[in-house]
Design a protein around this ligand. Structure first.
Ligand code: HEM
Length: 401
């Protein structure tokens, strides 16, 4: 496993997670596209990252990082590892196009807007538990549970199974975040999740409903060549790609607001700035810092000549603070309206869940501001976790007065 896949990223170290931006700036000043001693390329400029993600001469998507590990226990009780299955994120067209098309309708801005009342209901339910409490952890009370409940609803997971579903999803995500302390538990959770989703698939074959799993089943049956492993891979990808990222948007976004009280006041005065504020959170402190591609042929990118087969890491978070693109890039400005950031990537792999994540962010943060007129940070230096692939605060204790 290369350092990129294991979540570390030379020349950055984990103790820089709290604030990697000065290091990104220093590196970018040295070269917008540069080679590391470990032999891969780093891309730090906005235009160059944009080219990396949209130019078809770079491919293989997120490479092995986009594959999903699935395991299954056979009937005799023997452990069978299905191994890593390819997903839309790990593949180039035409496989990418086929897998993405099957689920993309559910994620268009129009389909997603229909979910606003449901998302609002879930946020109200989660915040309802905080009534009368002077202190709470935003991550465990709201940011972390919200996206997994939303995706469970979209998939058609019955309410009664939400708790189990959430536990399995959390365990899968934990190994991604580089936490290998509970590998056995992660493997068991993975098996249970695979078995559970297989059962839901079998159920929807008999009795289709209006949910995403039924749609995948219908695609398979109409001969669109979707294997059961691909269905399982798609479901797992939605959990892995959507849950931790959206949780971090809510918590890191609130942290940015709390650290910039004049911006929070501005947003309270003008709630119509909320969509712009969410995009500014994505630009300024977006959760996905890096992605990678492989050069399919020799390419000149910026001043660099990249050879065929070389791995190129795009630092999305550095591109989003490129002074050639954004004036005063280290300033957090809720009215900036920078919707062209690359926090959701770009090109054919542009985040499938972007509209959903934006909506969840708007409802969660909008409701928090409306409910609590005076929120304060309890820890000035909250804990940061994750990797350079997905970075966010793991605990954010707030005081409500
Ligand atoms: C703030 C939250 C989110 C952020 C910052 C984010 C970021 C990203 C980025 C940067 C990519 C492109 C990776 C690459 O090109 O290598 C991506 C792809 C993807 N995201 Fe998101 N994501 C978020 C939420 C979600 C949600 C809620 C879902 C679904 C429930 C989702 C599903 C996906 C999928 C399926 C892909 C692969 C798309 C493809 O390969 O065509 N994401 N995301």
């Amino acid at each position: 496993m290369s350092d990129v896949e294991s979540g570390t990223l030379e020349p950055f170290s984990r103790d820089m997670l709290a604030d990697p931006y000065p290091a990104y700036r220093a590196l970018r000043e040295r070269g917008r596209v540069q080679r590391t001693p470990a032999g891969h390329w780093l891309v730090l400029g906005y235009d160059e990252v944009s080219t990396l993600l949209t130019d078809q001469r770079f491919g293989e998507a997120a490479g092995r990082g986009g594959r999903i590990r699935l395991s299954r226990t056979q009937r005799e009780g023997q452990h069978q590892l299905l191994g890593r299955v390819d997903t839309m994120l790990s593949q180039d067209p035409p496989e990418h196009t086929r897998l993405r098309r099957l689920v993309s309708k559910a994620f268009t801005p129009r389909s997603v807007q229909k979910m606003r009342p449901l998302i609002q209901e879930i946020v109200n339910e989660l915040l309802g538990g905080l009534a009368g409490r002077a202190e709470f952890d935003l991550v465990s009370e709201l940011a972390w549970p919200l996206p997994v409940i939303v995706i469970a609803e979209m998939l058609g997971i019955p309410r009664a199974d939400r708790g189990r579903f959430k536990r399995w999803s959390d365990a899968m995500v934990a190994t991604l975040g580089g936490d290998y302390s509970s590998l056995d538990e992660a493997r068991r959770s993975n098996e249970e999740l695979v078995e559970y989703v297989s059962r839901v698939i079998a159920d929807r074959r008999k009795q289709p409903r209006d949910d995403l799993i039924s749609r995948l089943v219908a695609a398979e049956e109409s001969g669109q060549k979707l294997s059961e492993d691909e269905m399982l891979g798609t479901v797992a990808l939605l959990l892995v790609a959507g849950n931790e990222t959206t949780a971090h948007l809510v918590s890191s976004g609130m942290l940015a607001l709390l650290r910039n009280p004049e911006q929070m006041a501005r947003l309270r005065e003008e709630p119509s700035l909320l969509p712009s504020a969410i995009d500014e959170m994505l630009r300024y402190t977006g959760p996905v810092h890096t992605t990678r591609r492989t050069a399919r042929e020799e390419v000149r990118l910026g001043d660099a000549n990249i050879s065929r087969g070389e791995v190129v890491v795009g630092i999305l978070a550095a591109a989003n603070r490129d002074p050639e693109k954004y004036a005063d890039p280290d300033r957090f400005e809720v009215a900036r309206n920078a919707t062209d950031h690359v926090a959701f990537g770009d090109g054919i792999h542009f985040c499938l869940g972007a509209a959903l994540a934006r909506l969840e962010g708007q409802v969660a943060i909008g409701t928090l501001l409306a409910r609590f007129s005076n929120l304060r940070l309890l820890d000035n230096e909250p804990e940061w976790g994750g990797t350079f692939a997905i970075r966010g605060v793991t605990r954010l204790r707030l005081h409500s007065v």
